[in-house]
Design a protein around this ligand. Structure first.
Ligand code: PLP
Length: 390
Protein backbone atom coordinates (compact mmCIF):
# COMPACT_ATOMS: atom_id res chain seq x y z
CA UNK A 1 0.00 0.00 0.00
CA UNK A 2 1.16 3.52 -0.86
CA UNK A 3 2.55 5.60 2.05
CA UNK A 4 0.36 8.63 2.72
CA UNK A 5 1.95 11.87 3.90
CA UNK A 6 -0.34 14.53 2.33
CA UNK A 7 -2.56 14.42 5.40
CA UNK A 8 -3.65 18.06 5.42
CA UNK A 9 -4.61 17.97 1.75
CA UNK A 10 -6.59 14.76 2.26
CA UNK A 11 -8.45 16.16 5.28
CA UNK A 12 -9.32 19.30 3.39
CA UNK A 13 -10.46 17.35 0.34
CA UNK A 14 -12.68 14.86 2.11
CA UNK A 15 -13.85 16.60 5.26
CA UNK A 16 -17.53 17.56 5.33
CA UNK A 17 -16.41 21.18 5.39
CA UNK A 18 -18.01 22.15 8.70
CA UNK A 19 -14.69 22.90 10.41
CA UNK A 20 -12.21 25.70 9.83
CA UNK A 21 -8.98 23.70 9.76
CA UNK A 22 -5.72 24.81 11.32
CA UNK A 23 -2.69 24.47 9.02
CA UNK A 24 -1.04 21.71 11.08
CA UNK A 25 -1.35 17.97 11.39
CA UNK A 26 -1.16 16.86 15.02
CA UNK A 27 0.21 13.35 15.27
CA UNK A 28 1.13 12.68 18.90
CA UNK A 29 0.37 13.78 22.46
CA UNK A 30 1.70 13.22 25.97
CA UNK A 31 0.43 14.95 29.08
CA UNK A 32 -0.25 18.58 28.21
CA UNK A 33 1.94 18.57 25.08
CA UNK A 34 1.16 17.61 21.49
CA UNK A 35 3.40 17.40 18.42
CA UNK A 36 2.73 18.06 14.75
CA UNK A 37 3.97 16.06 11.77
CA UNK A 38 7.05 18.33 11.52
CA UNK A 39 8.02 17.54 15.10
CA UNK A 40 6.98 20.95 16.47
CA UNK A 41 5.86 20.80 20.10
CA UNK A 42 2.80 22.66 21.39
CA UNK A 43 1.38 23.37 24.83
CA UNK A 44 -2.17 22.13 24.48
CA UNK A 45 -4.79 24.33 26.14
CA UNK A 46 -7.50 22.94 23.84
CA UNK A 47 -7.25 19.59 25.61
CA UNK A 48 -9.43 17.87 23.01
CA UNK A 49 -12.22 20.41 23.80
CA UNK A 50 -11.96 19.43 27.45
CA UNK A 51 -11.49 15.68 27.03
CA UNK A 52 -7.81 15.31 27.96
CA UNK A 53 -8.15 16.20 31.67
CA UNK A 54 -5.89 13.30 32.68
CA UNK A 55 -3.30 14.15 30.04
CA UNK A 56 -2.92 12.88 26.50
CA UNK A 57 -2.28 9.14 26.33
CA UNK A 58 -2.49 8.81 30.09
CA UNK A 59 -0.46 5.60 30.74
CA UNK A 60 -2.99 4.21 33.21
CA UNK A 61 -5.84 4.58 30.71
CA UNK A 62 -3.68 3.31 27.83
CA UNK A 63 -2.84 0.15 29.77
CA UNK A 64 -6.50 -0.50 30.62
CA UNK A 65 -7.58 0.03 26.99
CA UNK A 66 -4.81 -2.25 25.64
CA UNK A 67 -5.78 -5.01 28.05
CA UNK A 68 -9.48 -4.67 27.34
CA UNK A 69 -8.94 -4.54 23.55
CA UNK A 70 -7.33 -7.96 23.80
CA UNK A 71 -10.13 -9.29 25.99
CA UNK A 72 -13.50 -8.04 24.71
CA UNK A 73 -14.43 -4.86 22.87
CA UNK A 74 -18.17 -5.05 22.29
CA UNK A 75 -21.03 -6.51 24.26
CA UNK A 76 -24.52 -5.00 24.08
CA UNK A 77 -26.25 -3.93 27.27
CA UNK A 78 -28.69 -6.83 27.23
CA UNK A 79 -25.67 -9.02 28.05
CA UNK A 80 -24.10 -8.02 31.38
CA UNK A 81 -20.38 -7.38 31.32
CA UNK A 82 -17.75 -7.22 34.08
CA UNK A 83 -16.26 -3.88 32.94
CA UNK A 84 -19.68 -2.22 32.67
CA UNK A 85 -20.49 -3.31 36.21
CA UNK A 86 -17.11 -2.01 37.40
CA UNK A 87 -17.76 1.28 35.63
CA UNK A 88 -21.13 1.65 37.35
CA UNK A 89 -19.51 0.98 40.73
CA UNK A 90 -16.71 3.46 40.01
CA UNK A 91 -19.17 6.12 38.88
CA UNK A 92 -21.37 5.59 41.92
CA UNK A 93 -18.23 6.10 44.00
CA UNK A 94 -17.86 9.68 42.75
CA UNK A 95 -21.58 10.60 42.58
CA UNK A 96 -24.16 11.35 45.28
CA UNK A 97 -26.02 8.18 46.35
CA UNK A 98 -29.30 9.28 44.72
CA UNK A 99 -27.74 9.37 41.25
CA UNK A 100 -27.52 5.61 41.00
CA UNK A 101 -29.02 4.71 37.59
CA UNK A 102 -26.90 5.07 34.47
CA UNK A 103 -27.44 5.13 30.74
CA UNK A 104 -23.97 4.80 29.17
CA UNK A 105 -23.51 6.13 25.64
CA UNK A 106 -20.79 7.52 23.40
CA UNK A 107 -20.81 11.33 23.49
CA UNK A 108 -22.09 14.41 25.23
CA UNK A 109 -24.95 15.07 22.90
CA UNK A 110 -26.14 11.47 23.27
CA UNK A 111 -26.05 11.81 27.05
CA UNK A 112 -28.18 14.96 26.80
CA UNK A 113 -30.50 13.33 24.30
CA UNK A 114 -31.05 10.57 26.84
CA UNK A 115 -31.62 13.08 29.65
CA UNK A 116 -34.33 14.82 27.61
CA UNK A 117 -36.10 11.57 26.82
CA UNK A 118 -35.90 10.24 30.40
CA UNK A 119 -37.19 13.59 31.70
CA UNK A 120 -40.07 13.61 29.21
CA UNK A 121 -41.03 10.11 30.17
CA UNK A 122 -40.74 10.75 33.90
CA UNK A 123 -42.93 13.87 33.82
CA UNK A 124 -45.13 13.29 30.74
CA UNK A 125 -44.20 16.89 29.82
CA UNK A 126 -42.10 18.34 27.05
CA UNK A 127 -41.19 21.87 27.99
CA UNK A 128 -37.60 22.59 29.02
CA UNK A 129 -36.22 25.74 30.58
CA UNK A 130 -32.65 26.35 29.41
CA UNK A 131 -30.23 29.27 29.52
CA UNK A 132 -29.27 31.85 26.97
CA UNK A 133 -25.69 31.17 25.80
CA UNK A 134 -26.10 27.53 26.85
CA UNK A 135 -24.71 24.69 24.76
CA UNK A 136 -26.07 21.14 24.90
CA UNK A 137 -24.87 19.47 21.71
CA UNK A 138 -25.85 19.06 18.09
CA UNK A 139 -28.32 16.20 17.76
CA UNK A 140 -31.92 17.20 17.17
CA UNK A 141 -33.08 16.93 20.78
CA UNK A 142 -30.06 18.58 22.35
CA UNK A 143 -29.53 21.24 19.71
CA UNK A 144 -32.93 22.73 20.53
CA UNK A 145 -31.36 23.70 23.88
CA UNK A 146 -28.17 25.09 22.28
CA UNK A 147 -28.87 28.80 22.35
CA UNK A 148 -26.68 30.04 19.48
CA UNK A 149 -29.06 30.75 16.59
CA UNK A 150 -26.76 29.30 13.93
CA UNK A 151 -26.73 25.92 15.69
CA UNK A 152 -30.45 25.79 16.41
CA UNK A 153 -32.60 27.78 14.04
CA UNK A 154 -31.93 26.05 10.70
CA UNK A 155 -33.08 22.69 12.08
CA UNK A 156 -36.34 23.57 13.86
CA UNK A 157 -39.16 23.37 14.56
CA UNK A 158 -38.58 20.87 17.33
CA UNK A 159 -40.97 18.46 18.99
CA UNK A 160 -40.18 19.78 22.46
CA UNK A 161 -40.59 23.33 23.67
CA UNK A 162 -37.56 25.22 24.98
CA UNK A 163 -37.79 28.50 26.88
CA UNK A 164 -34.50 30.38 27.22
CA UNK A 165 -33.85 32.58 30.22
CA UNK A 166 -30.83 34.76 31.00
CA UNK A 167 -28.24 32.69 32.91
CA UNK A 168 -28.01 33.55 36.60
CA UNK A 169 -31.35 35.41 36.53
CA UNK A 170 -33.48 34.07 39.38
CA UNK A 171 -36.56 36.12 38.54
CA UNK A 172 -36.65 34.90 34.94
CA UNK A 173 -36.16 31.33 36.14
CA UNK A 174 -39.05 31.60 38.59
CA UNK A 175 -41.31 33.00 35.87
CA UNK A 176 -40.37 30.43 33.23
CA UNK A 177 -40.98 27.27 35.26
CA UNK A 178 -44.66 26.29 35.31
CA UNK A 179 -46.94 23.25 35.44
CA UNK A 180 -46.01 22.23 31.90
CA UNK A 181 -42.25 22.14 32.57
CA UNK A 182 -40.48 18.79 32.37
CA UNK A 183 -37.08 20.07 33.50
CA UNK A 184 -34.71 22.95 33.99
CA UNK A 185 -31.53 22.18 32.07
CA UNK A 186 -28.29 24.02 32.98
CA UNK A 187 -24.49 23.93 32.80
CA UNK A 188 -22.74 24.71 36.12
CA UNK A 189 -20.30 26.83 34.10
CA UNK A 190 -21.29 27.73 30.56
CA UNK A 191 -18.42 26.58 28.37
CA UNK A 192 -19.14 27.23 24.72
CA UNK A 193 -21.18 30.30 25.74
CA UNK A 194 -18.07 32.13 26.97
CA UNK A 195 -16.84 30.42 30.18
CA UNK A 196 -19.49 31.88 32.51
CA UNK A 197 -19.77 30.36 35.98
CA UNK A 198 -23.20 30.05 37.57
CA UNK A 199 -23.83 31.77 40.85
CA UNK A 200 -24.57 29.53 43.80
CA UNK A 201 -27.92 31.31 44.29
CA UNK A 202 -28.98 30.53 40.73
CA UNK A 203 -28.27 26.79 40.85
CA UNK A 204 -29.72 26.55 44.38
CA UNK A 205 -32.85 28.40 43.22
CA UNK A 206 -33.12 26.05 40.25
CA UNK A 207 -33.05 23.12 42.69
CA UNK A 208 -35.67 24.68 44.94
CA UNK A 209 -38.02 25.86 42.18
CA UNK A 210 -37.96 22.53 40.35
CA UNK A 211 -38.75 20.72 43.59
CA UNK A 212 -41.60 23.12 44.42
CA UNK A 213 -43.14 22.87 40.96
CA UNK A 214 -42.73 19.11 40.61
CA UNK A 215 -40.30 19.13 37.69
CA UNK A 216 -36.72 17.94 37.29
CA UNK A 217 -33.30 19.55 37.45
CA UNK A 218 -30.82 18.36 34.82
CA UNK A 219 -27.21 19.49 35.11
CA UNK A 220 -24.90 19.13 32.13
CA UNK A 221 -21.44 18.26 33.47
CA UNK A 222 -20.07 17.32 30.07
CA UNK A 223 -17.43 20.05 30.07
CA UNK A 224 -17.35 20.82 33.80
CA UNK A 225 -17.06 17.25 35.12
CA UNK A 226 -14.05 15.10 36.01
CA UNK A 227 -12.18 17.75 37.97
CA UNK A 228 -12.27 20.54 35.43
CA UNK A 229 -13.71 23.23 37.73
CA UNK A 230 -11.79 22.34 40.89
CA UNK A 231 -14.26 19.73 42.19
CA UNK A 232 -15.04 16.35 40.61
CA UNK A 233 -18.40 17.78 39.45
CA UNK A 234 -19.35 21.42 39.03
CA UNK A 235 -22.52 21.04 41.09
CA UNK A 236 -20.43 20.24 44.18
CA UNK A 237 -19.58 23.96 44.36
CA UNK A 238 -23.23 24.74 45.01
CA UNK A 239 -24.30 22.03 47.44
CA UNK A 240 -27.13 20.79 45.24
CA UNK A 241 -27.83 17.39 43.72
CA UNK A 242 -29.72 17.27 40.41
CA UNK A 243 -32.27 14.63 39.37
CA UNK A 244 -30.29 13.89 36.21
CA UNK A 245 -26.69 14.64 35.34
CA UNK A 246 -24.91 14.17 32.05
CA UNK A 247 -21.19 13.58 31.61
CA UNK A 248 -18.93 12.73 28.67
CA UNK A 249 -15.66 14.28 27.40
CA UNK A 250 -13.02 13.48 30.10
CA UNK A 251 -14.99 10.57 31.60
CA UNK A 252 -13.32 8.05 29.25
CA UNK A 253 -9.78 9.41 29.66
CA UNK A 254 -9.74 10.15 25.90
CA UNK A 255 -11.95 7.30 24.67
CA UNK A 256 -15.46 8.26 23.41
CA UNK A 257 -17.97 7.90 26.20
CA UNK A 258 -21.06 9.53 27.65
CA UNK A 259 -23.42 8.85 30.49
CA UNK A 260 -26.77 10.06 31.69
CA UNK A 261 -26.93 9.51 35.46
CA UNK A 262 -30.31 9.76 37.18
CA UNK A 263 -32.35 8.81 40.19
CA UNK A 264 -34.05 5.43 40.36
CA UNK A 265 -37.39 7.25 40.32
CA UNK A 266 -36.64 8.92 36.97
CA UNK A 267 -35.18 5.73 35.47
CA UNK A 268 -38.16 3.72 36.61
CA UNK A 269 -40.53 5.70 34.40
CA UNK A 270 -38.82 4.70 31.13
CA UNK A 271 -40.37 1.51 29.73
CA UNK A 272 -38.13 -1.33 28.52
CA UNK A 273 -36.92 -0.47 25.02
CA UNK A 274 -37.89 3.20 25.42
CA UNK A 275 -34.30 4.19 24.68
CA UNK A 276 -31.18 2.31 23.61
CA UNK A 277 -27.76 2.25 21.96
CA UNK A 278 -25.54 -0.29 20.20
CA UNK A 279 -22.12 0.98 21.23
CA UNK A 280 -23.04 2.63 24.55
CA UNK A 281 -21.59 0.76 27.53
CA UNK A 282 -19.14 -1.21 25.39
CA UNK A 283 -16.41 -2.91 27.43
CA UNK A 284 -13.60 -0.92 25.80
CA UNK A 285 -15.08 2.45 26.79
CA UNK A 286 -16.10 1.07 30.17
CA UNK A 287 -12.53 -0.10 30.91
CA UNK A 288 -11.28 3.35 29.91
CA UNK A 289 -13.91 4.94 32.15
CA UNK A 290 -12.95 2.79 35.13
CA UNK A 291 -9.28 3.67 34.63
CA UNK A 292 -10.08 7.37 34.22
CA UNK A 293 -12.18 7.53 37.39
CA UNK A 294 -9.59 5.60 39.42
CA UNK A 295 -6.76 7.80 38.15
CA UNK A 296 -8.74 10.92 38.99
CA UNK A 297 -9.47 9.64 42.49
CA UNK A 298 -5.89 8.49 43.13
CA UNK A 299 -4.34 11.76 41.99
CA UNK A 300 -7.09 14.11 43.23
CA UNK A 301 -6.53 16.12 40.08
CA UNK A 302 -9.50 18.36 40.89
CA UNK A 303 -7.43 19.86 43.72
CA UNK A 304 -4.63 20.63 41.25
CA UNK A 305 -7.24 22.12 38.92
CA UNK A 306 -8.53 24.42 41.68
CA UNK A 307 -5.09 25.53 42.73
CA UNK A 308 -3.46 25.95 39.32
CA UNK A 309 -6.64 27.34 37.76
CA UNK A 310 -7.04 29.97 40.47
CA UNK A 311 -3.41 31.00 40.09
CA UNK A 312 -3.60 31.01 36.27
CA UNK A 313 -6.73 33.20 36.15
CA UNK A 314 -5.14 35.59 38.63
CA UNK A 315 -1.98 35.87 36.48
CA UNK A 316 -4.09 36.50 33.38
CA UNK A 317 -5.97 39.24 35.26
CA UNK A 318 -2.64 40.95 35.99
CA UNK A 319 -2.10 41.51 32.25
CA UNK A 320 -2.71 45.18 31.72
CA UNK A 321 -4.27 45.58 28.32
CA UNK A 322 -7.11 47.80 27.10
CA UNK A 323 -8.16 44.85 24.93
CA UNK A 324 -9.21 42.70 27.91
CA UNK A 325 -12.77 42.93 29.22
CA UNK A 326 -12.70 40.19 31.85
CA UNK A 327 -11.06 36.92 32.92
CA UNK A 328 -13.56 34.34 34.21
CA UNK A 329 -13.46 30.74 35.22
CA UNK A 330 -13.49 27.98 37.76
CA UNK A 331 -10.51 25.69 38.21
CA UNK A 332 -8.73 25.04 34.93
CA UNK A 333 -11.74 26.15 32.89
CA UNK A 334 -10.69 29.69 32.13
CA UNK A 335 -11.86 32.28 29.63
CA UNK A 336 -10.38 35.66 28.77
CA UNK A 337 -12.99 37.90 27.20
CA UNK A 338 -11.63 40.56 24.88
CA UNK A 339 -13.31 43.73 23.66
CA UNK A 340 -12.68 42.50 20.13
CA UNK A 341 -12.66 39.20 18.22
CA UNK A 342 -10.47 36.55 19.86
CA UNK A 343 -9.67 34.53 16.69
CA UNK A 344 -6.58 36.54 15.57
CA UNK A 345 -5.04 36.16 19.05
CA UNK A 346 -5.76 32.43 19.11
CA UNK A 347 -3.97 32.13 15.76
CA UNK A 348 -1.02 34.22 17.00
CA UNK A 349 -0.68 32.07 20.12
CA UNK A 350 -0.48 29.01 17.90
CA UNK A 351 1.82 30.38 15.21
CA UNK A 352 4.18 32.55 17.27
CA UNK A 353 4.20 30.69 20.59
CA UNK A 354 3.12 27.12 19.79
CA UNK A 355 0.27 27.30 22.27
CA UNK A 356 -3.12 25.86 21.31
CA UNK A 357 -6.22 27.58 22.71
CA UNK A 358 -9.83 27.72 21.58
CA UNK A 359 -12.62 30.23 21.27
CA UNK A 360 -15.80 30.37 23.33
CA UNK A 361 -18.06 32.63 21.34
CA UNK A 362 -16.56 35.40 19.19
CA UNK A 363 -14.57 37.33 21.80
CA UNK A 364 -13.32 34.80 24.36
CA UNK A 365 -10.02 32.92 24.42
CA UNK A 366 -10.77 29.68 26.26
CA UNK A 367 -8.19 27.57 28.09
CA UNK A 368 -9.01 23.90 28.81
CA UNK A 369 -5.56 22.42 29.44
CA UNK A 370 -5.07 18.89 30.74
CA UNK A 371 -5.25 19.10 34.54
CA UNK A 372 -1.79 17.52 34.69
CA UNK A 373 -0.24 20.59 33.05
CA UNK A 374 2.90 21.91 34.74
CA UNK A 375 2.81 25.35 36.31
CA UNK A 376 5.84 26.28 34.20
CA UNK A 377 3.77 25.60 31.07
CA UNK A 378 1.00 27.87 32.34
CA UNK A 379 3.64 30.53 33.07
CA UNK A 380 4.64 30.30 29.43
CA UNK A 381 1.00 30.65 28.39
CA UNK A 382 0.57 33.78 30.51
CA UNK A 383 3.73 35.28 28.99
CA UNK A 384 2.56 34.47 25.47
CA UNK A 385 -0.91 35.95 26.06
CA UNK A 386 0.74 39.11 27.40
CA UNK A 387 2.88 39.33 24.24
CA UNK A 388 0.11 38.73 21.72
CA UNK A 389 -2.07 41.35 23.39
CA UNK A 390 0.76 43.92 23.47
C1 PLP B 1 -21.79 21.56 28.03
C2 PLP B 1 -21.75 20.67 26.82
N1 PLP B 1 -22.80 19.89 26.55
C3 PLP B 1 -22.82 19.07 25.48
C4 PLP B 1 -21.77 19.00 24.60
C5 PLP B 1 -21.81 18.08 23.43
O1 PLP B 1 -20.88 17.06 23.60
P1 PLP B 1 -20.39 16.21 22.33
O2 PLP B 1 -19.61 17.14 21.47
O3 PLP B 1 -19.56 15.11 22.93
O4 PLP B 1 -21.61 15.71 21.66
C6 PLP B 1 -20.64 19.83 24.84
C7 PLP B 1 -19.54 19.83 23.88
O5 PLP B 1 -18.76 20.74 23.80
C8 PLP B 1 -20.65 20.67 25.97
O6 PLP B 1 -19.61 21.48 26.24
Amino acid sequence: MQTITNWLELEKTHDSGIYTKHEVVIVRGKGARVWDSQGTEYIDCVGGYGVANLGHSNPYVVEAVKKQAETLMIMPQTLPNDKRAEFYAALQGILPPTLNRYFPCNSGTEANEAALKFAMMATSKRKFVAAMRGFSGRTLGAVALSYEAKYREPFGPYGHQVVFIPYNNLEALREAVDDTTAAVFLEPVQGEGGVRPATGEFIQAARQITQERGCLLILDEIQTGMGRTGKIWGFEHFGVVPDLMTAAKALGGGVPIGVCAMTAEVAGKMPKGGHGTTFGGNPLAMAAGVAAIRYLEDTKLWERSAELGGWFAQELRKIESPKVREVRGMGLMVGMELKEKSAPYITKLEHDHHILTLAAGPTVIRFLPPLVIEKSDLERVVGAVREVLA
